[in-house]
Design a protein around this ligand. Structure first.
Ligand code: NAP
Ligand code: FE
Length: 367
């Protein structure tokens, strides 16, 4: 019998208007440091709701770029410390949410962000309230944050129990202002978490439960994703599916799809979800050989009968935009080398090595 744990310390508050209704839970201290991107907080409506319930003064850091860099969190950490803030409110997609978590660590620990990867940190991070405006990363309920590390030419995740946000406000209305491309990119990231989480070595009964429910919810939105038209109900179930994906990977971690995707974002600027999308169908073709039952269950929940059908679904969702994406042989070899040394590989079932990874990449991307 499999032994397992299940850790989900984040308080989740869900529903349209929830920030104003449950504003009391947002005040995790005396003075917040508001972390966000360039425009998503304001465009989504989250900004006005947060300011309406904040009791006092606050400091703003609205400089988080997509796939946040070490420099950005370094700067944010310094500003949060200098402003004497004692908690963080993060508003936006996964990029501001992840940056906010590291800023929360740096505000409490006067160290360089790069050293966190090797030394960890000793003082507890400031508490974080997370308000997602995309439905994809699930960062609002994970203990992870991903930074772009220029020195290593990759993106790299950091994990720690105090990176779990203290509270997550999920208001599906905030995801309505996303451009269609961002909606699709992020929805496929959520799908990737649910699939990789269900197929991970670390999967266990409790994470299977959240993964399967998330897949079921995600599948209800396939027609809307294809049509590019979303009701508030669609937005709500995609957001919930994304949060269930986050809860799942908080237990299981991700697998080789994420490991490969990072290079497509770093070297070719593909948005995170789209980068995962490139490899998902071939990953399922591979897992069909090493984990047929789970792979069939996933396909069945999505109303599909084969990895080929899955590939067509992805191609349709991205409106053939991915069909012309190509990589040279040398690029493929390089990205495989980078992925093969990550922990994601040992979490992938079937013990895939260099050869299997290369096969997946060859079959996924034209040369
Ligand atoms: P993102 O990089 O946060 O945002 C993408 C774009 O969408 C940005 O231009 C953003 O604008 C815009 N946007 C966000 N919400 C919007 C809204 N409601 N209306 C209009 N525009 C909006 O995208 P993401 O996919 O959510 O996050 C990706 C990052 O999360 C990656 O770095 C990835 O590695 C990480 N990630 C983390 C975890 C985890 O567990 N921590 C898991 C998976 C992925 P702004 O410029 O205003 O921000
Ligand atoms: Fe992801």
């Amino acid at each position: 019998m499999k032994k397992f744990g299940f850790s989900m310390p984040t308080k989740i508050l869900f529903g349209p208007g929830i920030v104003r209704e449950e504003g009391g839970a947002l005040a995790l201290g005396k003075k917040p440091f508001l972390v966000t991107g360039k425009s998503s907080a304001r465009r989504s409506g989250a900004w006005d709701d947060v300011l309406a319930v904040l009791p006092g003064g606050y400091e703003v850091f609205d400089q988080v770029e997509n796939n946040p860099s070490v420099e950005t969190v370094r700067r944010g950490g310094r500003l949060a410390r200098a402003a004497d803030c004692d908690y963080i409110i993060a508003i936006g997609g996964g990029s501001p949410l992840d940056a906010a978590k590291i800023i929360a660590v740096l505000a409490a620990n006067d160290v360089d962000p790069l050293d966190l990867y090797t030394e960890g940190w000793s003082r507890r991070a400031l508490p974080v309230a997370a308000i997602p405006t995309t439905a994809g990363t699930g960062s609002e309920v994970t203990q992870y944050a991903v930074l772009t590390i220029a020195d290593e030419e990759t993106k790299k995740g950091l994990g720690g129990f105090d990176l779990f946000p203290r509270v997550a406000y999920l208001d599906p209305r905030y995801t309505r202002s996303q451009p269609l491309e961002v909606t699709v990119d992020t929805a496929v990231d959520a799908l990737s978490h649910l699939i990789e989480g269900y197929l991970a070595r670390r999967a266990a009964p409790a994470s299977d439960f959240t993964a399967l429910k998330g897949l079921e919810l995600w599948a209800e939105n396939i027609a809307a994703l294809k049509a590019g038209s979303f009701s508030l109900e669609n937005r709500a179930s995609l957001l919930l599916a994304s949060t269930l994906g986050g809860i799942t990977i908080a237990q299981t971690g991700t697998c080789l799809v994420h490991a490969l995707g990072y290079s497509l974002t770093y070297f070719h600027g593909l948005p995170h979800g789209r980068a995962n999308a490139v490899f998902l169908a071939e990953y399922l073709r591979y897992t069909e050989t090493v984990e047929p039952q789970r792979t069939e269950e996933i396909l069945g929940l999505l109303g599909l009968s084969s990895p080929e059908d899955f590939g067509e679904l992805i191609s349709g969702l991205f409106r053939q935009k991915l069909d012309n994406f190509s990589l040279s042989k040398a690029e493929k070899r390089r990205y495989v080398q980078k992925a093969v040394s990550t922990r994601n590989m040992s979490n992938s079932r079937g013990e895939p090595g260099l050869e299997e990874l290369m096969k997946i990449v060859e079959a996924s991307v034209k040369s």
